[in-house]
Design a binder for this molecule. Structure first.
Ligand SMILES: [Zn+2]
Length: 199
């Protein structure tokens, strides 16, 4: 198994016949050019695309990678709506909660649900997205996740079992340290991921 980490929460995992992309997002602090985190040369060979949520740095190029690779997207069911009989995902480059983008191959999952896809067992894990602060020189703006807010939309983590190994990826999530039996307030880890690989 080969794991390549790009910036933020973007990974490519290669194992036997699979080349899994996690969070094909964009670099968004580089003159707002939204450069792809996964090099374009890798796109066509990708076999599965996992998306932890709809933020720019996790999601911006998702439909483009899907088109280049013909790979299915695996994401939270809240990332998808059926509108007039069409299955549409949250528009990767649209503002707000606009479900605009048709996708041919899709597997949706909910927290605690397990699905089987091409020999992988995939379980949805609860992820809690924290607020996000943009900084532009002396200015800053904090966006808070909410029922109608785009920030953090669709947040879910994945437990992926394949080829006798287990991978866990939680995207952007708050760390609830109390659950880890430490007596501290919850701390926020934005754009931080925990990666675990065990055989
Ligand atoms: Zn995020």
């Amino acid at each position: 198994m080969k794991i390549a980490h790009y910036l933020y929460n973007t990974f490519i995992i290669e194992s036997n016949d699979k080349k899994i992309a996690i969070d094909p997002g964009a670099l968004f602090f580089y003159f707002f050019r939204f450069t792809t985190l996964i090099p374009k040369s890798e796109w066509k060979d990708i076999t599965h695309i996992f998306v932890t949520h709809g933020d720019i740095d996790h999601y911006w190029h998702t439909d483009r990678v899907a088109e280049a690779s013909n790979a299915p997207i695996i994401c939270n069911k809240t990332m998808v709506e059926n509108i007039n009989g069409k299955t549409l995902i949250l528009g990767p480059r649209d503002r707000g909660l606009a479900f605009t983008t048709p996708i041919e191959k899709l597997h949706t999952i909910s927290v605690d649900e397990t699905i089987k896809v091409d020999g992988m067992s995939i379980t949805g894990i609860k992820a809690t997205h924290g607020p996000f602060t943009f900084k532009f020189g002396p200015f800053s703006k904090t966006l808070h996740p909410g029922p109608k807010e785009r920030i953090g939309w669709g947040a879910i983590g994945f437990k992926i079992q394949l080829d006798g190994k287990t991978l866990v990826n939680l995207g952007d999530t708050l760390l609830h340290e109390k659950k880890m039996e430490r007596n501290k307030e919850s701390r926020c880890f934005n754009d931080t991921n925990w990666w675990k690989s065990s055989s």
